[in-house]
Design a protein around this ligand. Structure first.
Ligand code: F6R
Length: 268
């Protein structure tokens, strides 16, 4: 695992977008897994800027989004479909047919989910998956539970997730209580994963994730400990509790390891 600690969310987004651009420039037909939410917004802005400057070309890039709320039409400002178009797709030269988004409506969600997984398989899996993290440790909408699901599936949202995301809705009662999400098996099959976490509200879960060496289904992000090409990009706030617990702030070895190259720390 690579852990990169950026100064702030802006620097974290520069590092994340830089990595995505590098991957696209290495493989023009990259299969990119994308997240929504607050965290990747600045990263998507940087990708748009890079496209406008001509330093990245999305012509052959394929995307698969992680999740969608059930029951929100794609025109709804809170749907992830709307989010992706307004915050990224409408501003870059990606082809419509290369965009894959889950729908919050289906007569048969099992079929919808199976089709999604099959499509990902047809592209030989995701090359680079971008992830955020919920305050409860969810990735995608793989919520803490006694069992975790490998494939794309419909899930009930936990109270913590409803509270975390209710800020986007007029009130919590108007929020969808269910979502469809890519499963942990599909996420884990991604060849590379970038997880971005910024801001103080992520400090506890990041500490729990990085300072533990156990897989716990009640902390779904912990499954990523098994991934062999994971980069965690944090800002100082999100990293603060982790570092505090490790008592690394001010520690000479840490400073030596991390002072150069955007404080890039390889496996602390
Ligand atoms: C969204 C997603 C979620 C978010 C997570 C963090 O597509 O998959 O797992 O990444 O809830 O959300 P923010 O970034 O709003 O804190």
């Amino acid at each position: 695992m690579n852990i990169i600690i950026a100064k702030d969310a802006k620097e974290a987004s520069e590092i994340a977008s830089g990595k995505i651009i590098e991957e696209i420039n290495t493989k023009k037909s990259l299969v990119l897994g994308l997240a929504t939410g607050d965290t990747p917004l600045q990263t998507y802005k940087r990708l748009i800027e890079a496209y406008q400057k001509g330093t990245v070309d999305f012509t052959d890039v394929k995307t698969f989004n992680l999740d969608e709320y059930l029951g929100l039409p794609k025109e709804d400002v809170n749907s992830y479909n709307y989010y992706m178009h307004t915050n990224l797709f409408d501003h870059i030269n990606i082809k419509k047919e290369n965009i894959h988004l889950l729908s919050g409506f289906s007569d048969d969600f099992t079929k919808t989910a199976n089709n999604y997984d099959e499509m990902i398989d047809e592209y030989n899996g995701i090359d680079l998956q971008v992830l955020g993290i919920g305050v409860n440790g969810h990735i995608g909408f793989n919520e803490p539970n006694s069992k975790l699901t490998l494939e794309t599936h419909v899930t009930d949202l936990t109270q913590a997730t409803l509270e975390q995301n209710s800020k986007f809705f007029p009130n919590i009662d108007e929020m969808p209580k269910q979502a469809i999400t890519m499963g942990l098996g599909t996420i884990m099959k991604a060849k590379k994963i970038i997880l971005i976490a910024t801001g103080i509200r992520k400090a506890n879960i990041i500490a729990q994730f990085l300072n533990s060496n156990e897989i716990d289904t009640y902390t779904p992000v912990s499954t990523l400990l098994l991934h062999n090409d994971l980069t965690v990009i944090l800002d100082e706030e999100a990293a603060s509790r982790y570092l505090e617990e490790k008592k690394m702030i001010g520690n000479e070895n840490f400073n030596k390891k991390c002072s150069n190259n955007q404080r890039k720390c390889s496996t602390l």
